[in-house]
Design a protein around this ligand. Structure first.
Ligand SMILES: Nc1nc2c(c(=O)[nH]1)N[C@H]1C(S)=C(S)[C@@H](COP(=O)(O)O)O[C@H]1N2
Ligand SMILES: [Mo]
Length: 251
């Protein structure tokens, strides 16, 4: 998709440049018309694609909240490092932001909570066939990435989690369209309280335009990468690698 996007983007710019040149003689030739018609179509597709991806997920009201926000997957990570962090109420927790960034960061939970926050009431949809509506509070990922300054080669954001799931640690990844989406937050609060351990404490991803398994819980590290090839088995996430789940799980 990124490749197609890059291709379409550059074709679009090419066609625009030619159109702006105002060279009527060239513009009138049938070959040029065919080229423009084709690239115009692609440019429109590309714009639609991007605006769809940028659209906000529906937000709900307090009256819509699920009485209980169900937990799924790992609900109490067994890793000793996680257990000792949890025992101290995450006072020693640090989120690392690294990889292809100019300024790698390391942030405590208190620091994360003091950053600009967004609260959103959204519906979580799990592929296993259940949904729940919750009120999430957290810091927009875009702000964090801006402060760390992504390097130009960065194309994906990988979330490394604390829990072992089967043989490997859970992990997930998203592209920059979703990473910079205004509703993409690293949440530390659920329904007005500290995020429960069952739901991913101290910090979990909300990426509201995608299915449940993309919403990494127990996030320890946010890594910017140029390619997913070197992460896990290369398909971009725990379920993608182990069960062939789709990497882009748009809803
Ligand atoms: N680290 C981690 N993140 C995870 C999972 C997990 O097992 N471990 N399960 C995923 C799945 S399949 C879903 S539906 C949601 C569940 O989030 P919840 O426990 O808050 O309902 O978390 C996702 N993120
Ligand atoms: Mo899920």
């Amino acid at each position: 998709m990124i490749t197609r996007r890059g291709l379409v983007g550059s074709l679009g710019i090419g066609a625009g440049g030619l159109l702006l040149s105002g060279c009527d003689r060239v513009a009138a030739t049938p070959a040029f018309r065919r080229f423009v018609d084709r690239t115009d179509g692609l440019t429109i597709d590309f714009t639609r694609l991007v605006s769809k991806r940028d659209a906000l997920a529906r937000e709900y009201s307090m009256a819509d909240l699920s009485p209980v926000f169900r937990a799924n997957g790992t609900q109490a990570p067994a890793a000793p490092e996680y257990r000792s962090l949890a025992a101290a109420n995450f006072a020693d927790y640090r989120l690392r932001v690294d990889g292809l960034v100019r300024h790698p960061r390391s942030l405590s939970l208190a620091q994360l909570r003091s950053l600009p926050a967004r609260t959103q009431i959204t519906r979580h949809d799990c592929v296993e066939g259940w949904s729940a509506i919750g009120r999430w509070t957290g810091t927009p990922l875009a702000g964090l990435l801006n402060s760390a300054q992504l390097l130009p080669a960065a194309r994906f954001i990988v979330f490394h989690c604390a829990d072992d799931y089967g043989a490997s640690k859970y992990y997930e990844s998203i592209d920059l369209v979703d990473a910079l989406h205004p509703q993409t937050i690293l949440a530390w609060g659920l329904n007005g309280r500290a995020l429960p351990i069952a739901n991913g404490a101290p910090l979990r991803l909300r990426v509201e335009r995608q299915l449940g398994y993309k919403h990494a819980k127990y996030v320890m590290r946010v890594e910017a990468v140029a390619s997913l090839a070197g992460i896990g088995a290369g398909k971009g996430g725990y379920w993608e690698d182990s069960n062939d789940y789709a990497w882009y799980a748009g809803i």
